[in-house]
Ligand binder design. Structure first.
Ligand SMILES: *Cc1c(COP(=O)(O)O)cnc(C)c1O
Length: 416
């Protein structure tokens, strides 16, 4: 295998082994060059094999009874959702559109968990009719749900905004004042309210943050979440049968980031499961993992249109940009100064570029200055027609991008 320059390789070969076989980058045995000749570019390419391998790794590490939900938000491609049915225990959904996609994929309505701070009356009615678990984010929402769908006695959980956060996470979603969930100090009152309404209480949900690579920090928030839930269970109108611990497991995207220690998290979760068995008997533990399951199973590939130099700097202008892959421009989590692992592939068969390294800026075609995948990185020399591959692109790619910006065609998406 031709090694990519260290600064541009995914930070861990074990998790990013998009193997170059006989000089060609291949995806499930198909050479990428051939694939793109058939499918065209720009294109996202996702690998079923890699998704399955990651799910197997997670299942092996976690206590057997842990329920694994896939948040549709991370990558809602219909073929990918269909692939997930039967491989995960359910989907986490956050809109009526995701509910429809989840049901269309073949996932049973009872296996859906519907969170989100602004569910409309229509969305609540549809979710209740589908038999989904509705994760309530306020006492007002509980009243609205009861009014709309009380006759169905909808299944509900209460999302708690805890007094703590997941500090190392790139995206904070708990602690302090939040639009998410009910503040823990208000939870006893909200539980009382739920008990007076025609709702079937099942348990608690807590989602401290996303994209965290620090296993110790995740473990710590999981323990605090169990403490919190065990305390609140006394106020609940029914026995706690569910504790959704959230997730937040991250993937390394930037140079120097180290993969999450899944084995360590797994060991701690075995202990946690024992404690939960004693403190919340009969409650199942749930994790919802989006990017951890799919980010590293996806590549984004685009083509160099122009090489140009400006006042001493070399620019590669590519035919894909932030309208396809906003996340990789650093926008999603405010880290524009960093870049995802990127490689250049040359020629019809898309071999890893073997030319001299040069310092380049890889920029998209949009008339917007922030349409840049990487600034001043070292990359093997690439010419117009050569391919640029962005790794770690299976989550929050097409779905999280402003596809309509500047009227360009969307990227293709293929699951192999
Ligand atoms: C976004 C989100 C997730 C998925 O986050 P990942 O970082 O992709 O794992 C899961 N649960 C909730 C409630 C979310 O908002």
């Amino acid at each position: 295998m031709q090694r990519l320059p260290d600064t541009h390789r995914p930070t861990d070969d074990r998790h990013c082994e998009w193997r170059a076989i006989e000089g060609c980058l291949t995806v499930n045995g198909s050479p990428l060059g051939e694939l793109l000749q058939q499918r065209g570019s720009p294109c996202y390419v996702y690998s079923r094999e890699r998704i399955d391998a990651r799910i197997a790794e997670v299942r092996a590490a976690l206590p057997r009874a842990t329920e694994l939900l896939y948040p549709v938000k991370a990558n809602p491609l219909p073929a990918l959702l269909e692939h997930m049915v039967g491989r995960v225990d359910g989907f986490d959904i956050a809109s009526g559109g995701e509910l429809a996609r989840a049901l269309a994929s073949g996932m049973a309505g009872e296996r859906l968990s519907f969170a989100g701070p602004g569910k409309t009356d229509d969305e609540l009615a549809q979710a209740a009719a589908a038999g989904a678990l509705i994760v309530l984010e306020s006492a007002g929402e509980a009243q609205r749900l009861a009014r709309i769908a009380g006759a169905l006695r909808p299944r509900v959980a209460l999302r708690i905004n805890p007094p703590f956060d997941l500090a190392p996470a790139a995206a904070q979603m708990a602690g302090g004042a939040r639009k998410f969930g009910v503040d823990s100090e208000q939870a006893p009152q909200a539980l009382g309210e739920i008990g007076r309404l025609p709702l079937a209480f099942e348990g608690f949900h807590c989602y401290p943050g996303s994209q965290c690579l620090d296993a110790a920090a995740i473990i710590e928030t999981q323990r605090k979440t169990l403490d919190l839930a065990a305390g609140l269970a006394a106020f609940a109108p029914a026995p706690t049968r569910l504790l959704n611990l959230g997730g937040g497991l991250g993937v390394p995207c930037f140079a120097g980031e180290v993969p999450l220690d899944l084995a360590r998290l797994g060991r701690a979760m075995h202990e946690l499961a024992d404690q939960a068995g004693a403190r919340l008997p009969g409650a199942r533990l749930t994790l919802e993992l989006g990017r951890f399951l799919v980010a590293e199973a996806g590549l984004y590939v685009c083509r160099v249109i122009e090489r140009k130099s400006s006042r001493g700097k070399t620019f590669l202008i590519v035919d894909g940009g932030l309208h396809h892959h906003w996340h990789a421009t650093g926008a999603l989590e405010g880290r524009r100064h960093l870049h995802f692992p990127i490689a250049a592939l040359c020629g019809r068969d898309a071999r890893p570029a073997a030319g001299e390294l040069e310092r380049v800026t890889v920029a998209g075609p949009l008339c917007a200055p922030h349409d840049v995948f990487a600034q001043d990185i070292e990359l093997a020399r690439a010419e117009p027609g050569d391919l640029i591959v962005v790794f770690q692109s299976g989550a929050y790619g097409a779905t999280a991008s402003p596809a309509g910006f500047l009227g360009r065609a969307p990227a293709g998406e293929v699951l192999l």
